[in-house]
Design a protein around this ligand. Sequence first.
Ligand code: HEC
Length: 288
Amino acid sequence: MTKFSMKSVFVGAALVIGSLGVAQVSMASNAGGEHKMEHRNWSFNGMFGTYDVEAMQRGYQIYREVCSSCHALDHMSFRHLGDKGAPFYSSEYPNPNDNPVVKAFAKDWMVPDIDQDSGDVIERPGIPADKFPQIYPNSIAAAASNGGAVPPDLSVITKARTGGADYVYAILTGYHEAPHDFHLSEGMNYNVAFAGNQIAMAAPLSDGLVEYATRTVPGEHGGEPHVITPPEATVDQMASDIVQFLTWAGDPKMQARKNLGFATFLFLFIFSLLLFLTYKQVWKDVEH
Ligand code: HEC
């Protein structure tokens, strides 16, 4: 092989590896028309981005107290809340079925079951292995309760919509008074981020809607416990917190994937370097 072609192999390899690094370019785009959506600087963006655990935990509170009266989480079980990388993971309880926080959350929901003696359909408090329950028995009932529109499943909403996290945030913060010349249909709400600018969901968030609790966490290695003061529950803050939670719900393996991606990148880099040095060594006494 000539020197030139060997060089081009290395240049090619470097280009491939380099492009891995920039493959994280965001897919968010504006679909045109009147939709308004800003590109936000999320903690989970980029190659090294991570979810914000505190924000995800507050996000779960928002889901439970606000969104869950209409929206289901079709693809989630309670135990997922305690998986590695999940909002309520604890290294003390690697099996989320044993995690007391997860157990308490599950118990706080009523889930459908069959009575083992009579065969009747009953409801009982949840356990970690249960799925999050459906909110409505079927989509006709869901539409009937919501002015004809069915509230979509939220467990993969950030995957299901162009713009993902930015879009969901934009919807939640996009409610405004309709302009004078805008014809708003009966029962609809003006929203700058929604296609056509009218949405059946009334603004679900308002300042101070939930009360974020102050928490005391034990100090590490037996140190002083410290108090975590929560942020103020403004619409922006709550929208941002629920988006952290929903983005995790839709992509719970993101962290593991990024870690593996980086390890692979490092491996390829070192491997190419070794290969190059080997090539130099092998050919050093040969005229070529
Ligand atoms: C009172 C019921 C209700 C509550 C509470 C509610 N929603 Fe909705 N939501 C709806 C309905 C109905 C739709 C469908 C709207 C439409 O298609 O016009 C919807 C649609 C959505 C959409 C999808 C927009 C799209 O592109 O299709 C998102 C995202 C959303 N809701 C998020 C939330 C979040 C997050 C919360 C909690 C903070 C929440 N909703 C609370 C009823 C509700």
